[in-house]
Design a protein around this ligand. Structure first.
Ligand code: SAH
Length: 498
């Protein structure tokens, strides 16, 4: 049994990019994660699959787990020898009861650590273009809770707050907003003081309401403001319109599913998020290296009988590396052949093995790869192709037509997986999904098979190439096709198509 520990981690206000490096490291090493409602799904996706997840927040209609029980839970897991991460929204010590949760571990001699988080109090206004202080407008900022203790009234000293002339940020104030703004006005704040209500700050569904403090409550009621939201009062709120960088992002309001396998989805997801899209990670295929592959190892052992070795994906290169290891060899074994890569990502994967592709077609597609090879190969020379078990036929077709002698060998296979079927089925049914990104025909198949029976006609499939697009059309999607088979072009086609 290991020695238990409790790490209190601030998860930030929602945007997963606002989790700290130390926080991410703690989550990845956790054996138990105790979390509440404000922690985003993307951050929960970082929890190791074998770690225990314990939700202690409030689901609609239910009560949250009482604080004493949470405290005891943390202690119990830690005394069991577990590395416990207590994940909380924003910063754990700012209206986060972090102090209370450390009491039992401290009293019982359990090791503990605190990882501060980016607090919503400052980050949420920042995503609404509101700097919480500005030399021209104020010299202080005050963070105040708008939550009344059970049964009690708010205990806010409005005149003291108004006197500071500083920016006022109220958390947990959705239910008490009328009382708060009324209190400020009664204490003499100028009725036209700019203010802002920001709901779901830093998230794809962020909504900002700007108005004068005297009428922002009426606006809030009219717009049916929901939690989590915070209220900012102060002259700095006047800057919100000018600096509204987040609201102006081109893919704001778009929901996009990314279907790449876990591990390789990173860049596409990050790029789409940075453009303001809500990304639903829906890995629907997994790739698997084919072990004991006599055809492939045999071909490598006869490598000097080939003129070219062609790779059609980064996964293919990773399988090549695995095959070389299985043979007790390394990249030097490939010295006799020239190397062709279908695109930049495949060429980059070759670089990791210290290998430079001799040919990368200008337009990244299997057909262009085959045409390029046909031009570069002599009559009595042979090409070796390492690719997916059920990959596109385009390559073989073009090679065949051009009379290129070749051996086409599967080195990895893709398998369909569906972890979040319900989320995706719901998004399809309520027609809230705008795009699905497909980077191969196998992801189309994975998606369609995991959601058999659903209607895809309301969704646009953003496809990396023509073969992928043809597969998507075959499943009933409308399609957009990237001009070149790169992640950047895939993102561009969405930007243009939106
Ligand atoms: N410890 C947290 C605050 C917890 S109190 C922090 O440092 O951010 C919870 C309150 O924080 C909510 O009622 C709301 O007022 C505010 N809040 C948290 N996340 C928010 C978000 N994404 N957008 C707007 N307000 C948020």
């Amino acid at each position: 049994m290991g020695k238990g520990k409790v790490i209190l981690v601030g998860a930030g206000p929602g945007d997963p990019g606002l989790l700290t490096l130390r926080g991410a490291e703690a989550i990845r090493s956790a054996e138990v994660v105790v979390y509440d409602r404000l922690v985003s799904d993307e951050i929960l996706d970082m929890v190791p699959p074998n770690a225990e997840r314990v939700f202690v927040g409030k689901r609609s209609g239910e009560h949250s787990v009482p604080q004493e029980q949470i405290n005891e839970l943390l202690l119990r897991y830690a005394l069991d020898g577990k590395l416990v991460v207590r994940l909380k929204g924003g910063d754990p010590f700012l209206f986060g009861r972090g102090g209370e949760e450390l009491e039992l571990p401290q009293q019982n001699g359990v090791e503990f650590e605190v990882v501060p988080g980016i607090t919503s109090a400052f980050a949420v206004p920042a995503y609404a273009g509101i700097p919480v202080t500005h030399r021209d407008f104020c010299s202080s900022v005050h963070v105040v809770t708008g939550h009344a203790r059970a049964g009690g009234e708010l205990s806010i000293d409005y005149s003291a707050l108004v006197k500071t002339g500083g920016t006022l940020v109220f958390l947990m104030g959705v239910a008490t907003m009328g009382e708060i703004t009324g209190g400020l006005v009664a204490a003499g704040i100028a009725g036209d003081t700019p203010s802002a209500i920001i709901e779901n700050g830093t998230r794809p569904n962020q909504r900002v309401t700007l108005g004068a403090v005297s009428d922002i409550y009426a606006l809030a009621k009219e717009r049916e403001v929901v939690s989590p939201a915070l209220l900012v009062v102060g002259k700095v709120c006047a800057l919100g319109k000018r600096f509204d960088w987040f609201g102006a992002l081109p893919l704001r309001g778009k929901r996009i599913a990314v279907t790449r396998p876990r591990g390789s989805a990173g860049t596409l997801t990050d790029k789409l998020r940075a453009l303001g899209a809500e990304v639903i990670a829906y890995p629907c295929i997994e790739t698997e290296h084919i072990a004991d592959n006599a055809a492939a190892t045999g071909a490598l052992n006869r490598i000097s009988s080939y003129k070219w070795l062609a790779l059609t994906s980064p996964e293919g290169v990773r399988s090549l590396a695995a095959l070389l290891r299985e043979l007790g060899a390394d990249s030097r074994k490939l010295a006799p052949v020239k190397l062709a890569a279908v695109g930049a990502a495949t060429a980059a994967e070759l670089e990791k093995l210290g290998l430079t592709a001799d040919f990368v077609p200008e337009r990244y597609s299997a057909a262009a790869l085959a045409e390029g090879l046909a031009k570069r190969i002599g009559r009595d020379e042979r090409a070796l192709i390492f690719r997916a078990e059920d990959g596109t036929e385009e390559l073989r077709d073009v090679l065949g037509k051009s009379g290129v002698a070749h051996d086409d060998i599967a080195v990895y296979r893709t398998r369909c997986v569906s972890a979040k079927r319900d989320v995706m089925a719901a998004a399809l049914r309520d027609k809230s999904l705008d795009y699905v990104c497909f980077t191969s025909a196998s992801t189309v198949r994975g998606f369609a098979e995991s959601l058999a029976g659903e209607d895809f006609s309301s969704v646009t499939a953003a496809c990396i190439g023509s073969a992928t697009a043809a597969a998507a059309r075959g499943r009933g999607f409308r399609t957009l096709t990237a001009r070149n088979a790169t992640i950047d072009e895939l993102v561009n086609v969405i930007l243009e198509g939106k």
